[in-house]
Design a protein around this ligand. Structure first.
Ligand code: UDP
Length: 425
């Protein structure tokens, strides 16, 4: 009987009255049949479980969230064929639109002119790169040498495939060319931005090296390929049903937007464990919101929890991609700050979004929703996991660089000639 009759009854029995009569039925069944469970009783038990699941749909409080999930499911168009869960040996096309979007202002302007490049060159502490005859050149000083090394890892790999080109690259955390202050687009490459900037996004150095140095990661967060291995191993070690039904966050106070989360955790530690750690700018407990800095927790250890929070820091935070690979539900707060792969990951489909200044009450409510709708949020977590695993592979980073530099170079309105102030890498 199982599937179709359960389906039929669950479709018919959808009112509170009907649900309660089923409950009575089940009670009778289990009373009269304590020792030997007949298949009829098992069916009824299953039905009761099913109805118990359905009852939550009757809680009007969760309806808007459930609607948001089903709308996201209906609206979702796979960027990689019928199933995003299938990894391809080739690189993904899922991030291609971002290249189009970032380069669109330059296309509209008729291409990238020498004047635009001059404006880019005037950006404070910018790094100039050239590729000439499949060799890579760079201005002597890079503001953050390890970040440059992290970027050059990908560029050097691609040299045989790239045309002669040149570009100005920003290694700071924040973007450089505001659409409000600069009316003409300026071609500066940055790892993260909001829609208020002209900057062209590139894959951050930290995919290879040069990420923030912590006690637990003394050489700096990097090697995404290794994290893919270790985090998926941890995800296997902590499958959904074994994870703690609690929110979790560890990180420094790079943005005060994180305060509500930390304050809620102090008030209700049973539902949420969120604490501030030290970073290099830490001077006193004021920088950890009046508490002693918490011990750092590895990203792998995050996988023990069901609900993982992501916030922007100075710009986008590197942790976003890691959190998905735990197989946990990602709660992403604020949608302004982007990295190149963010637009392909969809709210309510791959993660649950929260508004930028989510209050303690909003966070408490979404955690309650997650706990009471375990099956629905588990599905979101699975989709997020599959998407990052299959569309943010190491090869996808390399491919993004390749496509970006080819498309960008096609827009240059002049022939690139060797700049002898640069040195070969
Ligand atoms: N991080 C970590 N464990 C900690 C604290 C931080 O793994 O206990 C990681 C975090 O996931 C992020 C990076 O270190 O990728 C920097 O975190 P922080 O909160 O200091 O700055 P953010 O870049 O998020 O603004």
């Amino acid at each position: 009987m199982h599937f179709f009759s359960l389906l039929a009854i669950s479709l018919i029995c959808f009112t509170p009255k009907c649900v309660s009569s089923f409950k009575e039925d089940i009670e009778q069944c289990t009373l009269s049949d304590k020792n030997s469970k007949t298949s009829k009783c098992q069916d009824k038990q299953e039905l009761a479980n099913e109805q118990h699941e359905k009852q939550k749909y009757l809680n009007p409080k969760w309806q808007p969230y459930l609607d948001a999930i089903s709308q996201a499911e209906q609206k979702y168009i796979s960027c990689s064929g019928p199933d995003d869960g299938i990894a391809s040996a080739d690189c993904t096309a899922c991030h291609d639109d971002v290249i189009k979007q970032d380069l669109a202002p330059f296309l509209t302007a008729g291409g990238i002119s020498p004047e635009m490049m001059k404006a880019a060159a005037e950006t404070n502490r910018i790094t100039k790169y050239q590729i000439i005859d499949q060799k890579l050149y760079r201005s002597e000083n890079c503001m953050f040498p390890f970040r440059c090394k992290g970027i050059e890892h990908f560029l050097k790999e691609l040299l045989p495939e790239l045309p002669d080109t040149e570009f100005y690259l920003n290694t700071r955390d924040w973007p450089m060319t505001s659409r409000y202050f600069v009316k003409e687009p300026v071609p500066v490459f940055s790892f993260s931005k909001t829609s208020e900037y002209w900057d062209i996004m590139y894959p951050a150095w930290t995919f290879w090296e040069g990420g923030p140095a912590l006690e637990i990661y003394p050489t700096g967060l990097g090697r995404w390929d290794n994290f893919v291995q270790t985090l998926t191993t941890e995800a296997n070690k902590y499958p959904w049903s074994s994870k703690l039904s609690k929110g979790f966050f560890r990180g420094s106070r790079t943005s005060a937007e994180r305060d509500s989360l930390v304050l809620l955790s102090r008030e209700e530690p049973s539902i949420l464990d969120a604490e501030y750690t030290k970073n290099q700018a830490w001077k006193s407990d004021k920088d950890t919101l009046g508490a002693k800095p918490a011990k750092e927790v590895t990203l792998e250890e995050h996988c023990r929890y069901k609900y993982l929070f992501n916030y922007r820091g100075v710009a986008a935070s590197f942790r976003f991609k890691h959190l998905f690979l735990c197989g946990s539900l990602v709660l992403h707060v604020g949608d302004e700050w982007q990295e190149f792969f963010y637009p392909a990951i969809k709210p309510w489909y791959h993660y649950i979004p929260l508004p930028t200044s989510a209050s303690q009450a909003q966070i408490r409510e979404i955690l309650q929703f997650a706990r009471e709708n375990d099956h629905d949020v588990n599905k979101i977590a699975e989709r997020g996991f599959n998407f990052i695993l299959n569309h943010l592979k190491f090869i996808d980073i390399t491919c993004y660089w390749r496509k970006l530099l080819i498309e960008y170079t096609n827009l240059l309105k002049y022939k690139v000639t060797r700049d002898y102030t640069l040195f070969q890498i």
